[in-house]
Design a protein around this ligand. Sequence first.
Ligand code: SAH
Length: 292
Amino acid sequence: MAGKVYIIGAGPGDPELITVKGKRLIEEADLILYTDSLVNEELVANPKPGAVVEKSAGLTLEEIVARMVEVAEAGGSVARVHTGDPAVYGAILEQIVHLNEAGIEWEIVPGVSSVFAAAAVLGAELTVPELTQTLILTRAEGRTPVPEGEKLADLAKHGATIALFLSATLMEKVVSELREAGWSDDTPVAVVQRATWPDQIILRSTVGEVAGEMKRLGIRSHAMVLAGKALDESLQWSHEHKSKLYDKSFAHRYRRAVKETGLPGGSSEGETAATADHPPADGVKTAVRGEL
Ligand code: SAH
């Protein structure tokens, strides 16, 4: 029986932030190949007896693929463990191409990306109603070029929340592109280095200050930079930005609107708000089925 390669997201660092499935597949694997210093070694500390556990940082793509193919062809199970979620800056496509060529079955198991781990430790919602409903995941252009049309100065014109991976050493360039896009110097920027690790560092700053502050703190790697109006910490104490989801005058699939009298329009958990049996009251906005 042919084996299989599981490309597994390990999460950002905290070993409890891996999926139940990812953890199980690592513990059942015959070969565990994990990437660099950002995968917590606790996650690979309980291999099944006889399993091989190896770091991939020192290996070439060809060596990595050769090891995975060898084990899978012999009927074994491989856990290829990547930091965060494998789909962002995971360099998994090049491995997938080789696995396909070798006729090896593979499957991706998602993980908690550092962008969401950073948002969590900051206590931030990245899509704040009326401020922004969009999140851009990108990186500053350094040695790795970004395609035309994806320059930070262009992306930033949207005013959306921007998450910057792999950009800690390029912050002066980041700041000048944000300014070029019209961002003011007091726009909030938050940086989380080694999010969810015991030595995590959180920096709350602004477009005007962030580059200098990161330099002073020596933050040059393993850092997630989140920028935009949604990162304003004072939003956590403001009632200004509410979603329609819990707005009492706004009915949706799981709740009927509260009528002008203030009395609930009736209990309808799990029902479509406006049905033939329960027409919406006059003047009550009714959402169509779907997400708000
Ligand atoms: N697939 C990963 C990203 C890999 S690229 C993910 O989903 O998170 C590596 C970059 O990810 C780093 O340069 C940094 O920007 C970010 N990163 C990864 N782990 C991080 C962590 N624990 N804290 C902050 N940033 C992290």
